[in-house]
Design a protein around this ligand. Structure first.
Ligand code: ATP
Ligand code: MG
Length: 418
């Protein structure tokens, strides 16, 4: 029997992990600088939370969820995204009483039963954040700027920011009627999903990925032309604030986002390098979500970035990631007596936070040297009978071949000062 990773899942191997660590640390650092703290939420929740939170009419809920009954007969679902879980936690933990805005970021795995293709997996990672208790639009611009700072710190250029406003329930009601009038004569030619969306959530029809529907969606009336005064002012201020921050944007009236709960501001960062849909990151405002999940009336905004797609973008832009030297020094032994001396030296170095390695597999001296070379460990110390009796060793710098004689007792100090 040969086991293979499940379709749409991927190992992240030790030789690649430094790229992930860099992105994760940079994202956390940037979030911290904006006053966000990390939240860790469970991997699975009660199915109903996602049906309500993500929305019944979305592809995610209709087609993509990993849902099963647990042994107690409860329907549970592996999180397809982070927002619903964070909102549940916000309500459950009484965070409404905390000073606003309550700001949290996360780094999660997410699960969707998808048609696997480039940039589209069944288990993937999202870097995201949510902010509760501010109606914006200053905070909307702020979280967009957070993303631009993250991209800048990672060295990523040229990702395109697209923004749109999808209004509030007031302007949406009027617009939905107009949209239905537009689609009604074409109903026979639309897909079954769109037929269902027509009654439940016509805005979703704009986002349909089926070719036959796309051509009608492209010419459909645009919600942005029907915003109420408050929503219009909100959007205008957002645009001004983005201009104030020097952030370039394009207005794309076609963005409605994949989740049902968005109101007003929606945005995406897109790129040609990350697969068919091209979205690296999507986000928006969800002013009615907390209330619809049983909380009080608290506005919210957030985004989620596909980590795999982001790293794909980094690769396409040939971003250099420095591979850290976790192991600084290799000890090679010339005789059995050297082994305990090396063990002790290694322990001291590691206690001081300095990475080191020695032979653990009974290799010959020659094989140890070969190993250290191949592993690219920057410094080498050979210990044999002479070194033990003199109490001194040579530290060899593998990059330039130079060496320096130091006391065995001084090894930790020597590397501590490097
Ligand atoms: P798409 O239109 O590409 O299906 P979506 O609207 O379903 O995206 P969101 O639910 O907004 O995506 O998720 C936010 C981000 O998570 C996306 O912009 C994308 O980068 C990433 N993402 C979503 N689904 C997947 C997936 N199956 N595999 C990898 N990344 C994904
Ligand atoms: Mg999707």
């Amino acid at each position: 029997m040969r086991y293979a990773a499940q379709k749409g899942t991927k190992d992240i191997l030790p030789q690649d992990i430094y790229r992930w660590h860099k992105a994760e640390r940079t994202f956390a650092d940037v979030c911290h600088s904006y006053g966000y703290e990390e939240i860790r939420i469970p991997t699975f929740e009660q199915t109903d939370l996602f049906q309500r939170g993500v929305g019944d009419t979305t592809d995610v809920v209709q087609k993509e969820m990993y849902t099963f009954d647990d042994k107690g007969g409860r329907s549970v679902t592996l999180r397809p995204e982070g927002t619903a879980g964070v909102c549940r936690s916000f309500i459950e933990n009484g965070m409404t009483s905390l000073p606003s805005p309550v700001r949290m970021f996360y780094n999660i795995t997410a699960f969707r039963y998808e048609n696997v293709q480039k940039g589209r997996m069944r288990e993937f990672h999202q870097f995201g954040l949510e902010a509760f208790g501010s109606e914006g639009p200053e905070i909307d611009a702020e979280i967009i700027s957070l993303l631009t700072v993250f991209f800048e710190k990672m060295g990523v250029k040229h990702t395109k920011l697209c923004i749109n406003s999808i209004g509030c329930p007031t302007c949406r009601a009027q617009y939905n009627a107009i949209l239905k009038d537009y689609f009604r004569p074409h109903m026979d030619e639309l897909c079954d999903d769109c037929k269902a969306r027509f009654d439940k959530n016509p805005l979703r029809m704009i986002d349909c990925k089926v070719e036959g529907c796309k051509k009608y969606a492209a010419d459909a009336p645009r919600l942005i032309d029907y915003l109420c005064e408050d929503c219009n002012n909100h959007f205008e201020t957002l645009k001004k604030e983005l201009e104030n921050l020097g952030i370039e944007y394009t207005i794309d009236p076609g963005i409605v986002r994949g989740l049902d709960y968005y109101t007003r501001t929606v945005f995406e960062f897109v790129s040609e390098n990350v697969g068919t849909q091209g979205t690296i990151c999507g986000g928006g405002r969800y002013d009615g979500l907390i209330e619809s999940l049983g909380g009080s009336k608290v506005p919210g905004i957030g985004f989620a970035m596909g980590a795999e797609r982001f790293l794909m973008e980094c690769e396409a832009q040939e971003i250099a990631f420095d591979k850290p030297d976790h192991v600084k020094v290799y000890f090679a032994d010339l005789c059995p007596e050297a082994k305990p001396v090396i063990s002790k030296a290694c322990l001291d170095l590691r206690k001081a936070g300095i990475g080191c390695e020695r032979d653990l597999t009974g290799r010959s001296f020659k094989a140890q040297m070969k190993y250290a070379n191949k592993a690219g460990i920057p410094y080498l110390i050979v210990i044999g009978e002479d070194e033990i009796s003199n109490g001194k060793v040579n530290v060899k710098n593998m990059a330039d071949g130079s060496s320096e004689e130091i006391l065995i007792n001084g090894i930790t100090d020597y590397f501590g000062n490097k």
